[in-house]
Design a protein around this ligand. Structure first.
Ligand SMILES: Cc1ncc(COP(=O)(O)O)c(C=O)c1O
Length: 361
């Protein structure tokens, strides 16, 4: 059986990557949002303490992990009243994004809607399930037949933050057509000039969790991309049905990672420290881009500067590659990204200073 999945977009960057790598001062790779700063000590200690765990872990995760999630969402994002039973750890959030339509039992004839400019894995997940993908313009309600609506504020790639009232409208529109709402909140810990809110806040949810899922990742907030650590929570009935399928399918977070996640979710200091590292890099890169003639749109939160030189995206990728800087063309995220590039803040301070120098001299 063959299934038509999109080409893996980063493969098409290979020529530009080669040009950027040939720069005498080396490449500054800002094309992927992969963390470069250390794993927090508190997490390393927790991981190291649990090497001797020969038994199978539970798919639902330890009670301590689920309570740590509930505590972190309350402290960090003002989400109160969650029941630890309605928390489910995931092997990073990408696998959940890719498999959620399938785990919800969606298939041919079902519509899954997501933003016009979006993380590519939403579409991959729809295709894996054999369902129908629909890209929505800003504020556009999901069409009849939509069974799942993805929200993503702060957005990858644009860094756009939706207000609580705009998210509440999206939730109401989804409920109107009977769609589940999955809110991908993996950049919630990185606000710059706007205050993102969780779909689970009462001003968005209307005080009801039915049909709502919040998808979280520790990759960016705690530098744990290498551990594969995420979770989903929200509507207890939906979470229970996901748990049932995931138990059968062996989609289990390794127990040492569960311990590491528990430690990460119990400590907020490292999250603040990491946020300040990214803020400092953003404060250097954004004015350098402006000086070099770029306009930076949205980018109110999250890890990316959504930038344009008012020319086709690939021309901008080429212009940057000649200066040894690698960025992702906006077309990776949807056809309407054709005049933007996505520039990540995930480089060491030394590499970021190099990029700034190349852009401004
Ligand atoms: C919007 C969005 N969702 C989900 C993910 C997946 O993150 P992870 O699998 O590391 O949790 C990413 C990663 O960059 C992302 O940008």
């Amino acid at each position: 059986m063959t299934r038509k999945l999109p080409d893996f977009p980063w493969d098409s960057l290979a020529d530009h990557a080669a040009r950027a790598r040939a720069h005498p001062g080396g490449v500054v790779d800002l094309s992927i949002g992969t963390p470069v700063d250390p794993v927090p000590d508190v997490v390393r200690r927790a991981l190291g303490a649990v090497a001797d765990l020969p038994g199978y872990p539970t798919t639902h995760g330890t009670r301590a992990l689920r309570e740590a999630v509930v505590g972190a969402l309350a402290r960090r994002y003002g989400v109160d009243g969650l029941d630890p039973v309605a928390v489910l750890p995931t092997i990073g959030s990408k696998e959940l994004v890719a498999w959620l339509p399938t785990l919800l039992g969606l298939g041919p004839g079902d519509v899954v809607a997501f933003p016009a400019l979006a993380y590519p894995t939403y579409e991959v997940g729809v295709k894996l399930a054999g369902a129908t993908p629909v890209r929505l313009a800003d504020g556009e309600p999901p069409p009849e037949g939509t069974r799942l609506l993805w929200l993503n504020s702060p957005s990858n790639p644009t860094g756009r933050v939706r207000s609580a009232s705009s998210l509440a409208r999206a939730v109401a529109d989804a409920r109107e057509v009977g769609a589940v709402v999955a809110s991908d909140e993996c950049y919630l810990s990185l606000p710059w000039t706007a205050s993102p809110v969780s779909v689970l806040r009462p001003e968005v949810s209307g005080g009801r969790l039915d049909g709502l899922l919040a998808v979280h990742s520790l990759s960016k907030s705690s530098n744990l991309a290498g551990y594969r650590a995420g979770f989903v929570t929200g509507d207890p009935a939906l979470v229970a049905s996901l748990l049932e399928v995931r138990k059968h399918a062996g989609m289990i977070v390794p127990r040492p990672v569960q311990e590491a996640m528990t430690a990460a979710l119990t400590d907020d200091a490292h999250v603040a420290e990491q946020r300040e590292r990214y803020r400092a890099r953003r404060d250097l890169l954004l004015p350098a881009l402006t000086k070099a003639g770029f306009a930076v749109d949205h980018s109110e939160a999250g890890l990316y500067l959504w930038s344009t030189r008012d020319e086709p995206a690939w021309d901008t990728v080429a212009w940057l590659a000649e200066r040894g800087v690698l960025a992702a063309p906006g077309t990776f995220y949807g056809p309407t990204g054709d005049r933007h590039v996505r520039i990540a803040l995930t480089a060491t301070d030394e590499r970021m200073a190099t990029a700034v120098e190349r852009l401004t001299t």
